[in-house]
Write a protein that binds this ligand. Structure first.
Ligand code: NDP
Ligand code: PYC
Length: 338
């Protein structure tokens, strides 16, 4: 028998998550940013970063590891550069605080970077870039996480799962968006597989002795993940460490020690966003060229673009409500009251 499912409107889920965040120690502004991100992931079927993450946020806030009421400090560094000290708080409110300045710099200069440091990112990355493409801009973002990935050729883990997300406008289509961990699998998906008692595909990780394993529990219990695509994914993960940490002033994935904060789950690192206004050099042509590329991809047989599954899930959620298991719904209700 399949588990009972609740279908709830997006706004109702967002409001429930906001109540949970405020109840467990965030400001209203931080709660709004996190709830929107997490509800959007659940709505789009991005389950490794949907409501599954809420107990981790709550235990992290309780541990004192993150400042749920941090006020981001935005610095206008140069004509194309904005820096934010997130104050030991979450990255999404830091992005929200700097967004208008970033966009105005990208529109006037053609390109602008936003460097966030002293920040925690525990979420899917695409919600940070997709809205720029909705406004006709191209956006790229990277964030580093926590040591759990063995660099190619290494003996032990060093890198984080370090995702890269990209968004670009596409005439007559939803924006082109991809968002991928540079590890063979996201840490969240390993946790989900362990809970379900499922084996992983080959090549995702190693056990505590460095031996290949398909058992998610062995990866989580002293084992580690591998980069996707061998040396190529490893090089991209290294790039993410450099851009998200060395460039922004944030921690590398291996530099923070949360052992004094039992329950802490959120990586304390950094994030870089680069936003480009294609209209400065291409007018409206960029979005049309995107559409041409998509047309040619379809012509050669591509039936699923990155991001397409999420957009389909989003439409389904708009029609039917956002899906949660009854157990997830009950746990969220309890957290909103506890
Ligand atoms: P996936 O491997 O599921 O997907 C990666 C990208 O490939 C997505 O854009 C996806 O599109 C696309 N895709 C998947 N399958 C296909 C296919 N068959 N054909 C074409 N495109 C496809 O993502 P990951 O597991 O690597 O990452 C999951 C999430 O974890 C991301 O949102 C990431 O940001 C997050 N994460 C966050 C971290 C953090 O520190 N905050 C660390 C690591 C990961 P679609 O969305 O449509 O499925
Ligand atoms: O799924 O790898 C992951 C992850 C790390 C931090 C947040 N999500």
């Amino acid at each position: 028998m399949s588990a009972p499912v609740r279908q709830i409107p997006f706004a109702e889920l967002e409001a429930l998550l906001q109540r949970i965040f405020v109840r467990h120690g965030t400001s209203e502004a931080v709660a709004r940013a996190l709830a929107f991100n997490c509800a959007s992931a659940q709505r789009d079927g991005a389950h490794s970063h949907g409501v599954f993450r809420i107990p981790g946020y709550v235990s992290t806030l309780a541990s004192g590891w993150v400042n749920g009421k941090a006020e981001p400090l935005v610095q206008d560094v140069a004509s194309g550069y904005v820096s934010v000290d997130a104050g030991g708080g979450f990255a999404q409110p830091a992005l929200a605080a700097a967004r208008d300045l970033l966009v105005s710099k990208a529109r006037s200069g053609g390109i602008a970077a936003l460097a966030i440091h002293n920040s925690h990112h525990f979420a899917a990355l695409w919600p940070d870039v997709e809205p720029f493409a909705d406004e006709g801009l191209v956006a790229l973002s990277v964030v580093n996480s926590m040591t759990c990935v063995v660099p190619q050729g290494a003996r032990r883990p060093l890198f984080g799962t370090n995702p890269i997300a990209f968004a670009a406008p596409c005439a007559g289509h939803p924006p082109i968006v991809f968002d991928m961990a540079t590890s063979a699998i996201a840490h969240g998906d390993v946790q989900i597989a362990a809970r379900k008692g499922e084996l992983l595909p080959e090549g995702m990780g190693v056990d505590r002795d460095g031996q290949p394993t398909r058992d998610p529990a062995a990866i989580l219990d002293g084992g580690a993940l591998l980069p996707f695509g061998g040396h190529k994914g490893s090089a991209l993960s290294m790039m993410v460490e450099l851009l998200a940490a060395a460039l922004t002033g944030g921690n590398f994935s291996f530099e923070f020690d949360w052992s004094g904060h039992p329950g802490a789950k959120t990586p304390w690192t950094g994030q870089l966003l680069i936003v480009i206004d294609p209209s400065l050099v291409q007018g409206q042509r960029f979005a049309e060229r995107s559409a041409e590329l998509v047309r040619q991809m379809e012509e050669v047989g591509v039936t699923r673009l990155p991001g397409e599954r999420r957009f389909r899930e989003r439409e389904k959620s708009a029609r039917e409500g956002v899906s949660l298991s009854q157990q997830e719904f009950d746990e969220l209700q309890a957290l909103a009251q506890s």
